[in-house]
Design a protein around this ligand. Structure first.
Ligand code: ADP
Ligand code: MG
Length: 186
């Protein structure tokens, strides 16, 4: 089998951590938690809101070092798509309906402002757009996790890799539903 380096990204709350854990387990390969790596290696600065801003070149270097002796690997984190392009064989972008995402972020005690910022970013396809800007569409897989159990999302991804179904980016639009959500709060 060729070496797989599968990056899992998406707006916070879309299910990266649970999906990546399930995928790594299914494939029997290690999982790298990019946020944990950034924290552990202290390769970040804190902005005025005390949000960690990672040093991207250090992040790339530490990741390369971390997987030096491993075969295939799953790596999860919002910034995973910014890892060295030549290493990544697949980029998975997880998506969640804004209304459900809002609920998940509130449950995680995100502030009102952070919740809104992330729900808006999801509604406007911001992460997907950035991923496609960097990688194009051929190795990018877009998965709606709103009504899928993590294990089922993993099976869909593997079906797409096997060419049985298509998860090509661009198949999801939240705008209509999002506008309803926004109108309701006026
Ligand atoms: N496929 C899913 N179906 C239902 N709930 C999910 C799903 N994936 C994740 N969740 C829930 O959503 C929340 C955020 O998931 P998490 O994996 O921590 O997201 P992320 O790592 O992208 O921030 C958690 O409470 C998790 O249990
Ligand atoms: Mg996570």
């Amino acid at each position: 089998m060729r070496r797989l380096v599968i990056a899992v990204t998406g707006t916070p709350g879309t299910g990266k951590s649970v999906f990546a854990r399930a995928l790594a387990k299914r494939l029997g390969v290690p999982l790298v938690d990019l946020n944990a790596l950034i924290a552990e290696k202290k390769i970040y600065k804190l902005d005025s809101e005390r949000t960690k801003i990672a040093d991207l070149s250090e992040m790339r270097r530490e990741f390369v070092r971390a997987i030096k002796d491993t075969e295939s690997v799953v790596v999860e984190g919002l910034l995973a798509y910014l890892l060295p392009k030549k290493l990544l064989t697949h980029v998975v972008v997880l998506r969640t309906e804004p209304k459900i995402l809002k609920r998940r972020l509130r449950a995680r005690k995100f502030s009102e402002a952070k919740t809104r910022e992330n729900v808006e970013a999801e509604a406007l396809d911001i992460i997907l757009w950035e991923v496609v800007d960097v990688h194009g569409t051929s190795n990018v897989y877009e998965i709606n996790t709103t009504r899928l159990k993590p294990d089922d999302a993993v099976e869909r991804f593997l079906d797409a890799v096997a060419g049985k179904i298509s998860l090509k980016p661009g198949g999801i639009s939240w705008l209509e539903e999002y506008l309803k959500l926004v109108r309701k709060s006026f």
